[in-house]
Design a protein around this ligand. Sequence first.
Ligand code: NDP
Length: 313
Amino acid sequence: MPDNQDIEHVKVLIIGSGPAGYTAAIYAARADLKPVLYQGLQPGGQLTVTTEVENYPGYPDGTQGPEMMEDFRKQAERFGTDIRFGYATSVDFTGTVHKVVIDENKTIEAEAVIIATGATAKWLGLESEQKLNGFGVSACATCDGYFFRGQDVAVVGGGDTAAEEATYLAKLCKKVYLIVRRDEMRASKAMQHRVENAENIEILWNHETKEVLGDKAVTGVRVFSNKTKEERDLEVTGFFVAIGHKPNTEIFKDTLNLDANGYIKTVAGTTKTNIDGVFAAGDVQDHVYRQAVTAAGTGCMAAIDAERFISSK
Ligand code: NDP
C-alpha cells in the first residue's frame, strides 16, 4: 500500500468496465450502494475492439461492440454510478475493509469489491512479433484492419476470434491467409462457414508461424507445416494474432484462489471468491462461456451478492 493520505471510503468498488463491470454497476447503483467504478486500461473492455455483435439479446438487428458498451456505460451512469478513469495497481484484502490502490497513488477502501477486470489477448511469443507490434503486427483487426485495405494479410488462430477477424479483414483486404495449427478449427460452425465462403481467405491447415519478417514494418510471415516441416514465406504487410486471452489477475494472485490458467475461482453458483466481500464477474472468472451476455449475467449476480454481503454485516 502506498504511504499517502489519499484514502477514500466507498461501499462498493467495481474494477473493470466490460459488460460484467457495467452490469454490476447498474444493479449496485439501483440498490443505492453508490458504486464507484474504475474503467481500467481499456474502457468498455474487449467489446470495444470487436465489430458486429449479433448474439446479444435485445438487439434484433445486431449492434456494434463499441456502441453497445457506450449504452452499458450510459445506463450505469443514469443510476448514479461514479465512473472514473484509473487502473487498480495493487490490493490488500487482509482486513475487514478491503483496500485497492488506483494508479499507485490513491487508496480506495471498500466494504465490497467486485472484480470485473476481464481478459487480455495472447501473443505467440516470437521476438519478431514483439519487435513489429504496432508496425504491422496487431491483435485487433477492427482497430487496425483499415491500415491494410487492398493489401495481403495473415491471421493466426482457429477460434471464433480468428474466424471473425479473418472475415472482417477479407472485406477490406485483397487476400487473407488464415494460419491454423491443427486440421480443424475450434470456431463455431457458423463462423467457419463464413470463412470458407469468403473467396479471398486461404486456410493453411496444420501450419504454425516461425517468424514475422520485416525490419521496420511487416513484409511477410514465415510459416511451416507441422506435418511436413516445409517452410513457406507469405508476402503480407499485416499479421493479426487471434489465439485467445489471458485473465487479468496479476494483482490478485497472492490473495485470491486462481485456477491453473489464472482465472479467479468462485464458489459454484455464486460470484464469491475465497475472501469475504470480494466478488468476481465476467471473463476474469469464466474460461468456458466468455460471452458478453454471460459476463453481464455474472455482473448482476456480483452486485446482488455484494448487496447481501453488506446488509448481512
Ligand atoms: P479460443 O481459445 O476459443 O481459440 C484460440 C485459438 O487459437 C484456437 O484455435 C487455438 O488452437 C489457437 N491457438 C492458441 N495458441 C496458439 C498458438 N500458440 N499458435 C497458434 N494457434 C494457437 O479463443 P478465441 O479468442 O477465438 O475465443 C474466445 C471465446 O470467445 C470463445 O468462447 C469464443 O466462442 C468467443 N467468441 C465469440 C465471438 C462471437 O460470438 N461473435 C467472437 C469471438 C470470440 P487450438 O484449437 O489448436 O487450441
